[in-house]
Structures are given as structure tokens and as C-alpha cells.
Design a protein around this ligand. Structure first.
Ligand code: GLN
Length: 546
């Protein structure tokens, strides 16, 4: 065991595994436990181990895998990292997400360099050692490292991760690691009973991998009666106090930490690790949750994009609306609208009842004209508008075409031969794309102009927001755009990149090249989302008054 000088306690490792079913909410469970430990005064970080072979989810289709979450350091990561950041309120980095692809890539690179000195390179110990190294990367930096192991116990893919967890548990000894197994206790209607057998089987399978769970976190629709709890404890070899009920929450995932606390999860974790049960500071969080559950107002927002079949594709945006709603004491009803369906004839029908429109990020030309039609409608009808990344680029195209008279203006992403390439490949990307292409990724500073919607939202001269794009506003068109009442309220510190656009003759029209949703956290929210919702509320009230 290493002793670490500047940490209050030796870093404790908590592995979270899942059984019975996928989608039980391991990510939310990990994030919720993280929050509870943090609010009891401990330092915490959370890591996700993903069993897929992709090196990162950057190349995956949002329809299949949901949103790609980008961290400050520009890593393209699993969307669970978004949950972690939103719950524990701190920025993570590339070390918080490891994939099977990364592990093998690293090992194979080492093998090619001859670093294994002629040995046969194998899953155990070489792959597992690489995984263990990655799990231990935060050692000494935090009191707790929570490690969510992706997949469901029994999957072939996650076996090396399970084995690494087993080895670390053995190496660090009792009191330094814990395994929490998230399982499902279904209610069978016909017999009116909760069934424990799936849990027993999944724990058995975990034990076949040499891992004995310390705590069972049982997802269930109904309270688990004493008898069933005793049965689970006996058959799964845990004490009864370690069978924790994880009841379904009715309206918001942000209630999960409160529910876990009621079930005694944080208490049992600290007890098992012989750590003091410091006071839990959770009042602000509880208020945040109460305002989500019992809002005083309501607004209807349209999220116009192309990944509308799968809400997880816009996960962070939807969460940012929930945060901003709570802060404004209102519910935010977000309807996803596929821009492919929109045209001049039907746009009013789709958007008339909405109090704010967000045109979302995206790649590829499908649905672009529908987005441009949407923006024309909100600009002319003075409906609050937030354009994010591609949404901002579409706002520039719309404005160039319909206000500046640049007919056929476009982005070179979609029309290489356009006469007016108001959105063009960034200089840096031009050089890189010839060699295969990459994106501007991660957090960059942005300087705000006073007296603008952006400044009003952030109340700061310099901000830092995260990016994920290749294209940008073409500086050759700055002059004609500004002459027609578009302003650039946010620029890169050297003034070379336009990061935020606004319209002066509109109540709330803001387009941003970055992704403000990626830094929106529970309780504090994201400034642009907060003010966008405020503008939507105002719009709704004025419309009713009128
Ligand atoms: N496709 C656009 C670009 O690469 C926008 C990307 C995005 O919306 N994240 O610049």
C-alpha cells in the first residue's frame, strides 16, 4: 500500500458493477454516491470503464451511443461522465474514462516497441496491468475513486475489467476497496411478489469472477419486505444492512442521491471503510430537487435537430434545461423536433406554441434547410433563440441569406462551391484535415463584450467553454454581418475567432460556437441556459398578456 502524504486518508476504491439488466442506472448510481460522499466532506472522483473496442466514442453514431461528452482537456468521452460532472460539480478529464480500445492500443504499442522484452503478451497480466494502472492514476489525489464498470456481469467484454477489480481488491486489502453491485428485484404482478432470484444469479456470476460484493444496491419498484431482504442477504452472502433498496424515483434523477441517503447507502459505505460519518450538507441540493418537482411556472421549448429519435443524443442539453428550469422555478417542457420535417409551410404549426427555440449541434447536411427555416421564423417572430455550434452556424447562414442578401450563402461543410462561404473550415483544421482531419476540442477562453446578452448572462469579461467542431464563422463576412445588426459578443482572446453572435433588434437571439450545455451542473446551471429560460418565461407572459 502506498502512503500518500497530502491526502487526509488513503485513497479508497469503490467499484460499481451491474447485474440482471442493462440500463439500471449505474452511471446515476455512481454519480449519486459521489455526491453524497462529497457532501460529507470527502474528495471524490469518478471513472468509467467502457468495454467497447472503440478508442473513444468520438466516432460513434449519436443514434446508437448517445451524446459524445467532451471534457476541458478535449477528451471525447462516454456520456456518463456528464452525469458525474453534473452531480459532483467538478470537471473531469481524459483519465476518467478508459475503454478496452485504449487499453489494447497502449499494450500493442508497447509490444511493438519491444517493451515486453520478448514475453508472450497476454490478457492476464498485461491487459489487466494496464487497466490497473489506469484505475490507480488518481491515487493519493482523492479520498475516493468510484469506478463504474460498464456492461452487465457475465458479458465477455468486461471480464478483464472485473479481473483488474478483483486484483486491486486483493492487493489493497480489506478496508480500502468496496464493490457495490447494482441489481434488479422485479415485481411479478400475477403473484404480487418481489423476486430475488435474478439477484442471486447475478451475484453468483460475480463470485465466479472472484468478486464478492460488499453492498447490493437493489433497483425496485416497491419497498423490499424484511423477508426478501433476509433472503437476498443469505443467498448472496452479505449482511442485511448491506442490502440497500434503490426505489424508482418518480420524476427526476436528481432525487436519487436523496433516496440513496434515506436507504442508508452513504452510511454503510463509510462504515465498511471505517471512516467517520461527517455531517451531510444536502439542503441546497434538496431545494434544487424540490423546485424541479414542484415548479411554479412552465415554458415550452423546441429543440430542433436531427438526432431526435433518441433523447440521449442531446443528453447534456436536456439536463441543462432541467437545471435552468429549477433555477428559474419553472418546468421546461422540451420537445425534440426533427428539422427534416420543417419547411416554410408548416413551420408555424410546429413552433407557434413554443416559448423558446434551440437549434442544436450536429454533423452532416441532413435537415439543414429545416434549421435555417426555423431560424428565419424565430428571428422574424422575435421568439427567444439559442443556437449551439451547428445551430449558431445555421443562424449566420440564415442571416447572410435573408438579411444581408447573400443568396445561397452556406457552410463549406455542406456546399463546397458556395459563392458565399460564410461558415468555413478553420485555418488550423485546413492544415490538419489534409492529413486525416480532427476537431477543435475542449475548453477555450472567450472574451465577452459588455452590454450584450452574453455578458448579462455570465457577468464576466472572460469565460471558458468547451468546443467540438471543425468549422467557424468566416472572418471575411464579419463586416457585412455587423453592418446588418448582427454583433459578435464573444471572441477568442486574440480576436481571430467569433465565438458568440447576437442580434441587436431581437429580444433574445444568441448563437454560440461552443457547447454551454457541457458545463451546466445541478444547482448552479449554465448562464446562457438560465437566461434563455428567463427570456422564454418573459416571452410567454407577454404573449398571454397580449
Ligand atoms: N458540423 C459543425 C462543425 O464541425 C458543427 C459541429 C457541432 O455542432 N458540434 O463545425
Amino acid at each position: 500500500m502506498e502512503e500518500v502524504s497530502d491526502s487526509k486518508i488513503t485513497t479508497k476504491y469503490i467499484f460499481i458493477t451491474g447485474g440482471v439488466l442493462s440500463s439500471l442506472g449505474k452511471g446515476i448510481a455512481s454519480a449519486s454516491l459521489g455526491l453524497l460522499l462529497k457532501q460529507r466532506g470527502y474528495t471524490v472522483t469518478i471513472m468509467k470503464l467502457d468495454p467497447y473496442i472503440n478508442v473513444d466514442p468520438g466516432t460513434m453514431n449519436p443514434f446508437q451511443h448517445g451524446e459524445v461528452y467532451v471534457t476541458d482537456d478535449g477528451a471525447e468521452t462516454d456520456l456518463d461522465l456528464g452525469h458525474y460532472e453534473r452531480f459532483i460539480g467538478q470537471s473531469l478529464n481524459k483519465n476518467n474514462n478508459t475503454t478496452t480500445g485504449q487499453v489494447y492500443y497502449e499494450v500493442i504499442k508497447k509490444e511493438r516497441k519491444g517493451l515486453y522484452l520478448g514475453k508472450t503478451v497476454q490478457v492476464i497480466p498485461h491487459i489487466t496491468d494496464e487497466i490497473k494502472k489506469r484505475i490507480r492514476v488518481f491515487n493519493g489525489e482523492y479520498d475516493f475513486v468510484i469506478i463504474e464498470i460498464g456492461g452487465t456481469v457475465g458479458d465477455i467484454e468486461s471480464l478483464p475489467f472485473m479481473e483488474a477489480a478483483r486484483q486491486i481488491t486483493l492487493e489493497l486489502g480489506v478496508g480500502n476497496t468496496l464493490t457495490i453491485h447494482l441489481t434488479y428485484v422485479p415485481f411479478i404482478k400475477s403473484s404480487g411478489e418481489l423476486k430475488t432470484k435474478p439477484t442471486q444469479h447475478s451475484v453468483k456470476m460475480l463470485m465466479e469472477h472472484g468478486i464478492k460484493p460488499d453492498i447490493l444496491l437493489c433497483r425496485t419498484e416497491y419497498k423490499i419486505p424484511g423477508e426478501e431482504r433476509a433472503k437476498i442477504a443469505l443467498f448472496c452472502s452479505v449482511d442485511e444492512s448491506s442490502v440497500i433498496e434503490a426505489l424508482d424515483v418518480d420524476s427526476t434523477i436528481y432525487e436519487v442521491p436523496l433516496m440513496f441517503n434515506k436507504s442508508g447507502l452513504d452510511e454503510i459505505v463509510l462504515k465498511k471503510l471505517n471512516l467517520p460519518l461527517n455531517e451531510l450538507k444536502i439542503d441546497t441540493w434538496a431545494t434544487f430537487v424540490r423546485r424541479i418537482k414542484y415548479p411554479k411556472d412552465e415554458v415550452k421549448i423546441a429543440l430542433v435537430g436531427k438526432y431526435t429519435r433518441y433523447r440521449d443524443s442531446y443528453k447534456s442539453i436536456i439536463e441543462a434545461f432541467i437545471h435552468a428550469g429549477s433555477i428559474n422555478d419553472t418546468s421546461v417542457d422540451v420537445e425534440l423536433i426533427n428539422s427534416e420535417n420543417l419547411n416554410d409551410e408548416n413551420i408555424e404549426e410546429y413552433l407557434a406554441e413554443k416559448h423558446g427555440i434551440l437549434v442544436g449541434p450536429g454533423f452532416g447536411s441532413r435537415g439543414i434547410e429545416g434549421k435555417i427555416t426555423t431560424i428565419k421564423f424565430v428571428r422574424e417572430h422575435k421568439i427567444p433563440f439559442l443556437g449551439i455550434c451547428l445551430g449558431m452556424q445555421c443562424a449566420v447562414i440564415e442571416f447572410a441569406r435573408n438579411v444581408c442578401g447573400l443568396e445561397g450563402a452556406h457552410s463549406t461543410e455542406f456546399d463546397k462551391n458556395t459563392k458565399y462561404n460564410v461558415i468555413d473550415l478553420m485555418e488550423d483544421q485546413k492544415k490538419i484535415t489534409s492529413k486525416g482531419g480532427t476537431m477543435r476540442l475542449g475548453a477555450y477562453p472567450c472574451v465577452l463584450a459588455e452590454g450584450t446578452k452574453a455578458f448579462e448572462s455570465y457577468q464576466k469579461h472572460q469565460i471558458s467553454e468547451r468546443h467540438r467542431h471543425r468549422f467557424e464563422l468566416n472572418n471575411e463576412y464579419r463586416e457585412i454581418l455587423t453592418r446588418n445588426s448582427m454583433i459578435f459578443s464573444g471572441l477568442s482572446p486574440d480576436g481571430k475567432l467569433v465565438e458568440i453572435i447576437e442580434l441587436t433588434d431581437h429580444p433574445w437571439f444568441v448563437g454560440v460556437q461552443f457547447h454551454p450545455e457541457l458545463k451546466s451542473r445541478a444547482v448552479t446551471g449554465a448562464p446562457l441556459f438560465i437566461n434563455f429560460i428567463k427570456a422564454a418565461l418573459k416571452y410567454r407572459k407577454e404573449k398571454i398578456d397580449y
